[in-house]
Design a binder for this molecule. Sequence first.
Ligand code: ZN
Length: 316
Amino acid sequence: MSNPIHHVTAIAGHAQRNYDFYTKVLGQRFVKRTVNFDDPGTYHFYFGDEAGQPGTIMTFFPFEGVGQGRVGIGETQETMYRVPRQALGFWTHRFIEKGVTHEALEQRFGETVLPFRDPDGMRLALVGIDGIESEEAYATADIPADVALRGFHGVNLLLEDGEATAAILTDVFGFEKQGTENTTTRYAVRGAKFGGIVDIHAAGGFLPARQGAGSVHHVAFRAKDDAEQADLVRKLQEKHRIRTTEQKDRDYFRSVYFRSPGGVLFEIATDEPGFAVDEPQETLGEALKLPKGLEQYRSKIENVLPPLVTGNQAAE
Ligand code: ZN
């Protein structure tokens, strides 16, 4: 049993700008357009691969006019996507052409990495991986499949002291320590295609994180189903004295949440039932979907949400 990353959820500013960046610049599929179930006046956007497979999903709560976040202790510092190694040239050119803030290529743990930022300043990176060119990928009109993103590589957590959080990863989620470079230690799920990496950057002397636009809100790890999720919850309580929330039905998965010892909010989300539960796979993301209890307020909710111009970006 091992539990790589299911999704990463972050806070954005302007909704349209967020949509345009993830679909048009990064070529991700808009797999779900819904609202924050706990705050239905706010959108909840999901971007991923064609089916929105676990391990490819980046989600956002866009809040118009929200203050800028500040990366700091107790937060996810960077989210890394996988691309074929030979695609890094394509992406460097694309970032220059589209005016995307990015850095020079660097080496980490033997991999070539292209760090960049989204329009809210959130830190992202493309990691060049050998031998994944032939994996299926979601292509768009100007991003062919051979260079397209292929889900998450992993996340980097900035923590004061990484030990207790590392213990959760290795003891509960099935990660293994892979090695240390400078102040970063890599934990990996053996054999995970997507989201199998968590890097812990242990560094004192930083200010605590301040959540806002460009901040990661939480990282979700996968559970196959309710039974596996319940096992993980029990393990957290018995071995680590960590209590999770009760299970919440997020329509596309079922979730429990807990604060990891290092301060990062973690979630355990089930693979079931997935994004095709309330609309066909072919038209994912085209309509505003609301949870059952909110359907009666649809016109009110639609009036409050900012306008969003969407378009099908898929390749012909
Ligand atoms: Zn979540």
